[in-house]
Design a protein around this ligand. Sequence first.
Ligand code: ZN
Length: 272
Amino acid sequence: MPELPEVETIVRSLRPFVPGRTVLTVDVRRADLRRALQPCFASTLSGRRVDAIRRRAKYMLFDLDDGRSWIVHLGMSGRFLRVETASNHETRKHDHVIVTLDDGAGLVFHDPRRFGLMAIDDSSSSPLLSGIGPEPLGDDFQPSYLADLRRRTRRTIKDVLMDQRVVAGLGNIYVNEALFAAGVRPRRKLSSMTSEECARVVRATREILKEAIEHRGSSISDFLDGVGRRGAYQWRRRVYDREGEPCPLCTTAIKVVTVGQRSSFYCPRCQR
Ligand SMILES: [Zn+2]
């Protein structure tokens, strides 16, 4: 599932090509994504110029010249790929939406499991984006923010970090990696953590995300960026999906536990 670094990587890969281009046609082949596309989706997007591309949480936002945004979420298995020449693109199974631009390029939304979604909306008032917590790489995600939450929840640190209302864009891979880097076990209750541990988790989260963006995300299953390149962070992960392998710091075998129905990987010696 694409997390913040993968979505950021797609946005950055498209940024040299898409802003300034106008949408010529919108071919909706399947409208029944996680939620149905708006009936006016294609007619609203057609003729609009894309002025900018940005990311909020795990959403891509294509800001349009009428003030609204084309909002895209990749769900579990979505891909968003630019093809140089739309007319040469051979449509594959699971290509659900194909947009052509005025330079002849195409933007293809491909999603076998159809957990992704798209909408045209005002990004400042869209229900899709309201209630999402601060960006982890922004100024609002500080040690004091996490420390202040201790009194208000009995949840584990893993569950807290996975909650999009608490902090935006994190998923299983990067939460596991961040908790390893911070030396905190995924099952620790946030309320039991010291201020120093909260600070370490915040710092580690930011560092892991920056490192993952630098390496253009993780292609553990089948992630590709917006121009079809694989990411390279999968070669750097320390604990995620490494059950039984030696910890890179102390060589103890990595363990796995289930937290919130997701596998959590940790080093029993380095993490407390
Ligand atoms: Zn270790």
